[in-house]
Design a protein around this ligand. Structure first.
Ligand SMILES: N[C@@H](CCC(=O)N[C@@H](CS)C(=O)NCC(=O)O)C(=O)O
Length: 212
């Protein structure tokens, strides 16, 4: 199987972490691609041109991060990323949706600022900046509660934690995203997750394509 990624996409980064969390590095090869390039080999296998994309040996494939996470989770039991049942179900879904909103908005912001300056929309940038600031403040107060509570070194990451982590990690791509200044709990939470072996390996995978 081949996982198509870019070094900057937060969704791709999330998939690289899941690949390591699930121990799939021998089964899933990482292919670095350049979206928006008309000659990008990705376009031959995924007509939408979106990454992350998982190409299966039969030539078919999947896009969409949550579908890919589910697929990786099913490939290598036990399940780690399933939505819990019972009393935890709705609190989990609520935080999952908000973390998804955070990463989606941050991606729009990141995409806007790489356009030529004359084409950038100050309105979109301001809108996404304010959304990100509100969400960072929300997560600063909710990061100590389940399902976000920091996992111990031997506990697996869940999907809300991964989405929140990759949304905050957009600080590398969006210089104006200053969540660290006002979110002390998030700083500790983020830096501890950043130091997990699976996350460190995934960052190396993203940043050193030739070594993969
Ligand atoms: N809903 C998708 C979003 C993925 C997405 O937005 N990917 C961006 C990179 S961050 C992309 O493929 N951009 C290339 C393009 O739009 O052509 C998911 O969850 O995977």
């Amino acid at each position: 199987m081949k996982l198509y990624v870019t070094p900057t996409s937060p969704y791709a980064r999330l998939m690289l972490i899941v690949r390591r969390e699930k121990g799939l590095e021998d089964r899933v090869e990482v292919v670095h691609t350049r979206t928006r390039n008309p000659d990008d080999p990705l376009l031959a296998v995924n007509p939408s041109g979106r990454i992350p994309f998982l190409l299966l040996p039969d030539g078919s494939g999947f896009e969409d991060t949550e579908v890919l996470v589910d697929y990786f989770d099913a490939l290598s039991p036990p399940r780690q990323f399933a939505v819990p049942t019972g009393a935890e179900y709705w609190p989990f879904r609520r935080i999952l949706a908000m973390a998804r909103s955070f990463i989606d908005g941050g991606s729009v912001w990141g995409r806007e600022i790489i356009r030529p300056e004359i084409e950038q929309s100050p309105m979109i940038i301001d809108h996404e900046k304010r959304r990100a600031e509100r969400l960072a403040a929300f997560f600063e107060s909710s990061v100590v509660d389940p399902p976000l509570t920091e996992p111990g070194p031997d506990q697996p990451l869940n999907m809300p934690q991964l989405l929140l982590f990759c949304a905050l990690d957009l600080e590398r791509r969006v210089p104006e995203f200053h969540w660290r200044d006002s979110c002390v709990q998030l700083v500790t939470w983020f830096d501890r997750i950043r130091s997990r072996p699976s996350v460190q390996q995934a960052f190396a995978d993203a940043e050193s394509p030739r070594q993969i």
